[in-house]
Write a protein that binds this ligand. Structure first.
Ligand code: KG4
Ligand code: ZN
Length: 336
């Protein structure tokens, strides 16, 4: 069965076709980042307009690349939440209208379920049950995954998401949006012995929840301190980027290890935009190898928002005999 996947929850229009026999046939991502950059964050109205403009032409491109016609599709999966309402409406309306006109099922997919299943598109795949760390611009969650649709929330951020912390810190030192990759790049030339110290929030007490807003405040204080000392130069920016990235990575590593030990599991998947972070990937691999656990993640373009993960998640739902009614509402907020 061939499933068309549409992702339009934020600032990326992602379109893909997943074949339940042959795997991923093709995918395309159009990113609006340049349009939002001058505003320092995503402008919802601009995002919706652009999804309306780009989705149908991209569907045509993806069909042509896969050498398929619309009539070859067996279902259309679209992101039905969580995300920006207008942006979600664009994908949902196009997806459902296509399904309606073709007489095939439409499937509303949870954006975070898409992220969570993205590592299943790779050759090195985990077997359920496993622990998933979902780290994006809007979420930081630890979830126990027993099977498709059986997700138990073990812990989550009580305030900012890890990606949000990266983005806000980046903004404070004048880096473009989204800041995570820019902080990571700067950190490569940072000196670990520069003496900038950040907390590892909530790691000194039991539990699997996170809090990143204090880290953001500590970052701002360190920036002000450097400005006061007239020490805010290129090397300082690299050093603070490294110290900040390392604080987030350490915090995530500690909680992932704790979740695996608590649940008695040996496989961790990381998903969502922040899972593209190389320092996070390699330090999880090293630290978790010590307890005999393995780490799984998607290729970089499938860590951030994409249509392939929505096509894949929709295909799994279809195989399980599910589909969504045509009057299904989109949801801006939606627990997994
Ligand atoms: O999953 P995603 O594309 O969109 C949401 O659903 O939020 O995640 C975007 C987030 C942004 O906060 C971005 O700064 C962060 O992922 N991100 C990274 C990296 N690449 C993307 N954070 C740290 N290191 C990276 N390499
Ligand atoms: Zn996302």
């Amino acid at each position: 069965m061939k499933v068309l996947g549409l992702e339009t929850s934020c600032d990326e229009t992602g379109i893909a076709i997943y074949d339940t026999d042959k795997g991923l046939l093709t995918h395309k991502i159009y990113t609006q980042i340049a349009q939002h950059a001058e505003y320092g964050g995503v402008v919802p109205e601009l995002a919706s307009r652009d999804h309306v403009r780009k989705t149908l032409p991209l569907i045509d491109e993806v069909l042509a690349e896969a050498k398929l016609n619309k009539a070859d599709l067996d279902a259309v999966a679209y992101t039905s939440g969580p995300g920006l309402v207008g942006a979600l409406m664009a994908g949902a309306t196009i997806g459902r209208s296509m399904a309606y006109s073709l007489g095939i099922p439409a499937l509303g997919v949870h954006h975070m379920e898409g992220h969570l299943l993205a590592p299943m598109l790779e050759e090195k795949q985990p077997k359920m049950p496993f622990i998933a760390l979902l780290v994006s611009g809007g979420h930081t969650q630890l979830v126990r995954v027993d099977s498709i649709g059986q997700y138990k929330l073990l812990g989550q951020s009580l305030d900012d998401a890890a990606g949000e912390a990266f983005d806000k810190a980046a903004k404070m030192i004048g880096l473009p949006y989204p800041g995570g990759p820019y902080i990571a790049k700067l950190a490569q030339t940072g000196n670990p012995d520069a003496g900038i110290k950040f907390p590892r929030p909530m790691t000194d007490r039991p539990g699997l929840d996170f809090s990143f807003s204090g880290l953001k405040t500590a970052f701002l204080t360190a920036v002000h301190d450097a400005l006061d000392r007239d020490a805010f130069n290129d090397q300082f920016q690299a050093d603070i980027a490294l110290a900040f990235e390392q604080a987030i990575v350490d915090t995530l590593v500690i909680k992932c290890r704790r979740a695996l030990e608590q649940e008695g599991l040996t496989q961790l998947i990381i998903a969502g935009g922040v899972s593209a972070n190389k320092r996070l990937q390699s330090q999880l691999e090293t630290q978790l190898a010590k307890i005999g656990a393995g780490v799984f993640y998607a290729r970089p373009e499938f860590c951030t928002d994409n249509g392939a993960m929505i096509a894949y998640a929709g295909a799994q739902r279809l195989l399980a005999g599910q589909h969504s009614p045509l009057n299904l509402s989109i949801r801006a907020r939606w627990p997994l």
